[in-house]
Ligand binder design. Structure first.
Ligand SMILES: Nc1ncnc2c1ncn2[C@@H]1O[C@H](COP(=O)(O)OP(=O)(O)O)[C@@H](O)[C@H]1O
Ligand SMILES: [Mg+2]
Length: 240
């Protein structure tokens, strides 16, 4: 089976800080893979390198066999990236925002309209899609941004902490949307510092701490291996 994503001995330094000390993992087609770990573990750094917007100091990343170092333009055509601190233009309505973003990616007007329709459905904001983003709650804005990130039907969606800062119901909605996208064939790489919610979302997890991947497996495998009730307990075991 061809891997969607292969991360090979990836290293990144910021000055004297070793943010990634040579991490490796891979992601299969249609899988939801979560990089989980506490703040400062290196999740955002890893995701930004995979998304081709940050360069590494060693190792490489392959998306469908294409190197982010050697063929970043090719990789960019088949991925999308939702940054951790993404914002939307508040003076626009939700629909205007989607239309503007679609116009940047779509090759023609027809495709642009399709992108907007697809994204409106995924955002699931009802009539509020026609209201100014400045009137949206955090949860509504996040749904809009997630919809924007996946409207082009990327082969790999890279979502940095898509549920962080959201209340239970909004987080649940975002997780359900991500699950639906994966069911429809999209491969998803997410990050989260919330280890408990991740069990309900992903097929496999990579536990990252201080720039190193400590374990990779399904939540079930890891819980069994460490005799743990949940992934938080697994983390406490492996990070000791
Ligand atoms: N632009 C930067 N300059 C210097 N240090 C950084 C920068 N970005 C991240 N770091 C450091 O790299 C480490 C990993 O950060 P990050 O990838 O943001 O982790 P996470 O997303 O898991 O919280 C942290 O020690 C952080 O302080
Ligand atoms: Mg982060």
């Amino acid at each position: 089976m061809e891997k969607v994503l292969v991360v090979e001995n990836l290293k990144k330094n910021y000055g004297s800080i070793q943010a990634l000390k040579g991490i490796s993992f891979d992601v299969n087609p249609g899988e939801i893979f979560a990089l989980i770990g506490p703040n400062g573990a290196g999740k955002t750094t890893a995701l930004r390198i995979i998304a081709t917007i940050l360069s590494s100091n060693g190792g490489d990343v392959y998306v469908y066999g294409m190197s982010v170092k050697k063929q970043p333009e090719k990789v960019r055509e088949i991925i999308s990236y939702l940054p951790e601190e993404a914002g939307a233009y508040k003076v626009l309505t939700g629909r205007e925002y989607l239309r503007f973003m679609a116009s940047l990616f779509a090759p023609d007007e027809k495709t642009c309209k399709e992108y907007v329709e697809v994204a409106s459905e995924i955002a699931d904001l009802g009539d509020r899609i026609n209201n100014k983003i400045s009137t949206y709650s955090k949860g509504m804005t996040r749904k809009l941004l997630l919809a924007r990130a996946v409207m082009t039907a990327p082969k790999l969606a890279i979502l940095d902490e898509p549920t962080s800062g959201l209340d239970v119901l909004n987080a649940l909605e975002i997780r359900n949307t991500i699950k639906k996208l994966a069911k429809s064939g999209m491969t998803v790489l997410v990050s989260s510092h919330n280890m408990l919610e991740i069990e309900y979302l992903c097929d496999r997890v990579g536990i990252i701490n201080k720039g190193e991947i400590l374990e990779v497996g399904t939540p079930g495998e890891l819980k069994e291996k460490f005799g743990a009730q949940n992934i938080e307990e697994v983390f406490a075991e492996v990070a000791r």
